[in-house]
Design a protein around this ligand. Structure first.
Ligand code: HEC
Length: 245
């Protein structure tokens, strides 16, 4: 066995252990509060109580069921459609992401025939402008996080969590365990956090990435929680004799 140069929990004073422990417990509580906050922010967006993958999709990507255009042609504007089956054409286009190609293909003609009569800025400046793709697109897409919001939340998240993970990791390094496992274990929460943040942006355009948001978020929480629990356990309950060297 090679000589050990690195500090372990048995090398630090009781006051340092106390400081480490109150820090880890406070971070742990902060994390539980963050979970509760996340629950209350996203819960019920899909109209059903509780947190579901749908809620995550709606938070980041938005919902094609709640677009202003979709709501209008299913409600107050329904009777303006000369051909009732055009409603399904428009709804399908919205659900597929309301792209410009589809607009030029089918949608523009319908809107020009039935809607722009009123929905032209020169006639009714207060109504949504349905004469061009850019403004139709605004009412055909719904909700979801805006890019500036995501950028703002990400930079706070990355700065804040990097600090937290760094200090938790510094304490965790004092654990007695297989060094290869430890090297991997200190990196996992950082990778999970990066994956989480990157997948917010991808979910904005690709809703199926909501699963990555959830799994990477869970992985970060779990790996962080394990580091905290193992550190506290080893600090107070684990004693290994010093190797005589
Ligand atoms: C006769 C004039 C007229 C026609 C034709 C018309 N609209 Fe409207 N539209 C209105 C008015 C007025 C409002 C505002 C209603 C309100 O806010 O209560 C409105 C509101 C809307 C809104 C916004 C609803 C919201 O979220 O505030 C959308 C979207 C819409 N119309 C789509 C359409 C579509 C699609 C068509 C063609 C099928 C159409 N409209 C045809 C007069 C018209």
């Amino acid at each position: 066995m090679h000589k050990e140069h690195y500090a372990r929990f048995r090398d630090i004073s009781v006051s340092e252990r106390i400081l480490n422990t109150v820090f880890l417990l406070t971070i742990g509580m902060g994390y539980l509060m963050a979970l509760a906050n996340m629950y209350y922010t996203h819960e019920g967006l899909d109209g059903k109580p509780g947190l579901s993958i749908e809620d995550v999709v709606i938070s980041y990507h938005g919902s094609s069921n709640q677009t202003r255009l979709g709501t209008a042609i299913n409600g107050i504007m329904k009777n303006n459609l000369r051909n009732a089956s055009d409603k399904d054409v428009i709804m399908q286009w919205i659900q597929k992401g309301a792209d410009e190609e589809g607009y030029q293909d089918k949608i523009q003609a319908i809107l020009e025939r039935d809607c722009v009569f009123c929905h032209t800025p020169s006639i009714n400046p207060s109504l949504p402008d349905l004469t061009q793709y850019s403004t139709v697109s605004e009412v055909a897409h719904a909700g979801g996080a805006t890019l500036p919001t995501l950028v703002r939340v990400s930079h706070i998240h990355l700065f804040g969590i990097a600090f937290i993970l760094f200090f938790i990791g510094k304490i965790f390094l004092l654990c007695d365990m297989n060094v290869h496992v430890k090297r991997v274990a200190v990196v996992i929460p950082f990778i999970a956090m990066l994956l989480d943040v990157v997948s917010w942006f991808i979910t904005k355009t690709t809703p199926s990435f909501a699963y990555v948001v959830v799994y990477s978020g869970a992985l970060m929480g779990l790996s962080m929680g394990l580091q905290i629990l193992l550190s506290i356990y080893q600090m107070w309950f684990y004693s290994r004799k010093k190797p005589d060297c």
